[in-house]
Ligand binder design. Structure first.
Ligand code: HMG
Ligand code: MG
Length: 301
């Protein structure tokens, strides 16, 4: 079986993780979380989002988080921007990488960003163009690629069409989101096989929520198909407030453990990361969702 030699891990805990927690962390604690993740070796951190604070109050203050961060040139500090207002906020605090986020299902698009898929793409086009003109890189997200909490089944052709439109618009890659974690190894393989007929694998990333415990199996399939960018969240935090029943992302600790087992390079110090996972769960007063984090904590007594 062949795997990529190395992968880029996109750590989404400070954004996807915290956006779904009932307790909002202070700006200082959010900055500390990002700093700790960087110190554990993560080279790409999604720090926050410039969305409406009425829609996602947990992400209010992302501006201050960026302003307080002492950023290193070796690390990418990214943020979600759903519209021009979001991009303006990101630009004002010196963000160098943003992400626009679309959906493959109409109902999720309406619930999450209050517009249709076509309207969202029309809204993103000037955001991407303006970002590029300012030297800001743009990543694309596509939600509900393996199922929608409102519409159920999502067709692979719908996923292909929106992915192609995001790439044509100027997104350098599209992260395929199994937002509610319903995908299995078989459905992941079928979807990716359909996509890679027309899209180069190096333009694709995967983003699995672990609601049904399938995320690592699905990631393994993606790796075997040559995808080398994987989104994950420290301690398995995460979920989308507009995706009923969605649980956390695959835990970064569990992903790193699996990559180590396959000899795939990733640059993360697992033991330091595990400490970060336990620390953030204490801050949030919640259980740690990383099986590897819990197992190694027990093993160390
Ligand atoms: P809307 O209500 O249609 O927006 O929301 P609007 O343009 O009509 O503006 C309404 C109000 O929002 C105005 O304020 C605007 O100023 C304000 P008011 O005049 O009423 O006081 N507003 C903003 N404020 C701050 N920053 C902004 C901004 N934009 C408008 N950027 C909107 C449309 C897109 C803004 C809203 O629906 C929204 O914020 N949605 C975000 C939802 C969200 O963040 N979801 C979670 C992230 S996506 C995700 O988790 C999935 C992912 O992980 C992948 C996966 O798992 O599948 C990425
Ligand atoms: Mg997500």
């Amino acid at each position: 079986m062949s795997y990529p030699k190395s992968v880029r891990i996109v750590e989404v805990g400070p954004r996807d993780g915290l956006q779904n927690e009932t307790a909002a962390l202070s700006v200082a604690t959010r900055v500390e979380l990002v700093d700790r993740l960087v110190a554990a070796g993560l080279g790409y951190i999604e720090v926050g989002s410039f969305v409406s604070p009425k829609w996602v109050p947990q992400m209010a203050g992302s501006d201050q988080v960026f302003e307080r961060l002492v950023r290193s040139n070796e690390t990418t500090y990214a943020a979600l921007t759903p519209n021009m207002q979001g991009l303006q906020r990101a630009t004002a605090c010196g963000v160098r990488e943003v992400a626009v986020f679309a959906a493959a299902s109409e109902s999720f698009s309406q619930k999450n960003i209050n517009c249709s898929i076509a309207q969202s793409l029309q809204r993103f086009a000037p955001v991407v163009a303006q970002a590029q003109a300012s030297g800001i890189q743009v990543r694309g997200y596509l939600s509900c690629v393996l199922g929608c909490p409102y519409d159920g089944v999502v067709s692979a052709d719908a996923v292909l069409s929106v992915t192609e439109q995001l790439l044509a618009m100027g997104c350098y890659e599209v992260s395929l989101g199994d937002t509610i974690g319903v995908g299995t190894a078989a459905s992941t393989e079928a979807l990716l096989a359909h996509l890679v007929h027309s899209i180069p694998v190096d333009r694709l990333a995967v983003h699995f929520h672990d609601t049904y415990g399938q995320a690592l199996a699905n990631i393994l399939v993606a790796l075997q198909m040559g995808i080398a960018v994987i989104d994950s969240s420290v301690a398995g935090l995460g979920g989308c407030p507009y995706a009923k029943g969605a649980s956390g992302n695959v835990a970064t600790e569990d992903l790193v453990y699996m990559l180590d087992g396959a000899g795939i390079e990733h640059g993360v110090d697992l033991h330091r990361l595990i400490v970060v996972g336990h620390w953030v769960c204490q801050q949030l007063n919640r259980a740690n969702g990383s099986r590897t984090g819990l197992a190694l904590e027990r093993a160390q007594g």
